[in-house]
Design a protein around this ligand. Structure first.
Ligand SMILES: [Zn+2]
Length: 492
């Protein structure tokens, strides 16, 4: 059994598997045991190939007016395939090709040559079908070309005489056909990857557009700023009661769409500009003046429309600050520490941005970088400025800023949880009090809960049974009054 490693597009894996199933059936006909276990994608080798493609924009006269460069990527993976070694009977000769005579008008005097070797196909396409062994001249429909293993010498022989060279001719021929089947089924997958590496072309859906890393992060920042929080993947709430998490208008898809519709409106031509600058009143003839006036007005309108479009386009672009922040984030990422585990988040994040561009397929992951940066900066700031007092303990009222919110699934349904930073910079984690319906990160909250300090971190506590709190301790006097009212049996 030979192991053949092929590099294929990740999106073609399903098709390759189907092709391999056909190879299994082909092997069965040769009475060779082959199973799907022989099909082994090596996912650890998954990677992106990138190709820069230059597009030239031509005007109506085929004159190059603009050139744009884009990067396309293709996700590929290596796959190990077990392929039986057939025809290797150990003899001195092997079948190198089979030649069949084609009859009928369509034949055009050509043979049907079946071989892995293109040179043999060419050589025997119009050759006479003869047996070099017995030199017996008769009308043949098929011959085989045998190759001596040691010398590479070729000999065309009739099927009967083939027995002297390769033993069981039929089996040899079937083996050759099987090898051809394997080749025909597998090579298109390899060819596709090679074509991409050469020209950047791939069949539909296999190549992804890639964006400059700084641009991608700048667009993420813009989307976050304009549409609120950023949700890496989720586009809508799973349940009707659920708040969007955190915003359906700010996902990686929003970022992708914005970047894809990002070409600057085309400038009006020089002719249009020149026409707009004309003065119709210079024209003496009133008829010509009127005609000219219309032309000038149309040209001016074209320019106005273009200016409006540019303005609209500019509003959709990240600001200079956002671009600068993007550079800051990527510089931080390049120098950040990462783990060595294969699925280490930081290592993956670094790998995504390392080439200087992000493919649209990895944008969902890559866009997390802004949030990761914020978190790292916050941690660094916290480390530089530790809490001044331990987290609360027991049932007490606290006040602080909500710094994080999330829904947590429990046996009793989903619970909205919040992390609150107190004035002392200690943090507490607790359910959102039921009185609050739409909490937001950044809100100040006053609530009372029963707190238990974390074993590992004295500046962190878990809260239970939270209630909104007005900031004042209830006075015992009021409680006494309530008791009296109850005694008298007055219904309020
Ligand atoms: Zn012969």
């Amino acid at each position: 059994m030979n192991t053949r490693t092929v590099t294929v597009a990740v999106s073609a894996i399903g098709e390759l598997r189907k092709a391999y199933e056909r190879i299994i059936r082909g092997a069965k006909r040769l009475e060779i045991e082959l199973t799907i276990a022989g099909f082994r994608p090596k996912w650890e080798t998954k990677r992106e190939l990138a190709k820069r493609r230059v597009t030239t924009v031509l005007d109506d006269d085929n004159k190059a007016v603009d050139q744009s460069t884009s990067v396309f990527t293709m996700e590929v993976v290596d796959v190990d395939l077990d392929v039986p070694e057939v025809g290797a009977t150990g003899g001195a000769w092997r079948v190198a090709a089979t030649i069949g005579r084609v009859y009928g008008e369509a034949a055009n005097g050509e043979n049907d040559v079946y071989s892995r070797d293109q040179e043999l196909i060419t050589r025997f396409r119009s050759a006479a079908l003869e047996c070099e062994h017995c030199r017996c001249n008769r009308r043949r429909v098929r011959t085989i070309v045998c190759r001596e293993v040691a010398t590479g010498r070729l000999k065309q022989v009739g099927v009967e005489c083939g027995v002297f060279y390769v033993g069981d001719t039929e089996k040899e021929v079937r083996g050759l056909e099987f090898q051809e089947l394997v080749h025909v089924l597998i090579s298109p997958f390899e060819d596709e990857v090679m074509a991409f590496e050469k020209e950047g072309r791939a069949s539909a859906g296999r190549a992804a557009e890639a964006f400059d890393a700084v641009e991608a992060v700048a667009f993420v920042l813009k989307v976050m700023e304009e549409d609120g929080g950023y949700s890496p993947s989720k586009t809508k709430p799973q349940n009707e009661w659920e708040e969007p998490q955190p915003n359906p208008n700010a996902t990686w898809r929003t970022v992708l769409r914005r970047m894809q519709w990002n070409s600057r409106p085309k400038e009006p031509s020089e002719e249009v500009r020149a026409r707009a600058a004309l003065n119709p009143w210079d024209e003496q003839d009133p008829v010509l003046r009127e005609a000219l006036r219309n032309k000038v007005e149309m040209a001016r309108e074209d320019i106005e429309n273009w200016q409006a479009a540019v303005k609209e386009w500019e509003a959709k672009q990240p600001t200079a600050e956002q671009r600068a922040k993007a550079v800051e984030i990527l510089t931080w990422l390049a120098g950040a520490e990462a783990g060595t585990e294969p699925d280490d988040f930081m290592a993956n994040l670094k790998a995504v941005f390392e080439p200087g561009w992000v493919s649209s397929k990895r944008l969902a992951f890559g866009a997390c970088v802004a949030a990761t940066y914020e978190r790292a900066m916050r941690k660094a700031a916290e480390a530089a400025n530790p809490p001044t007092a331990p987290a609360p303990e027991g049932r007490v009222g606290v006040e602080g800023e909500i710094i994080a919110l999330k829904w947590v699934e429990s046996d009793f349904g989903a619970v909205h949880k919040m992390t609150v930073r107190l004035a002392s910079r200690a943090k507490v984690y607790c359910s959102v009090p039921t009185e609050i319906h739409s909490p937001r990160v950044g809100d100040t909250i006053r609530f009372k809960a029963t707190f238990t300090r974390s074993d590992r971190d004295p500046f962190f506590a878990f809260g239970k049974v939270p209630n909104l709190w007005d900031g004042e301790e209830k006075k015992p006097k009021r409680r006494a009054k309530a008791a009296v009212v109850a005694q008298e049996g007055v219904m309020l």
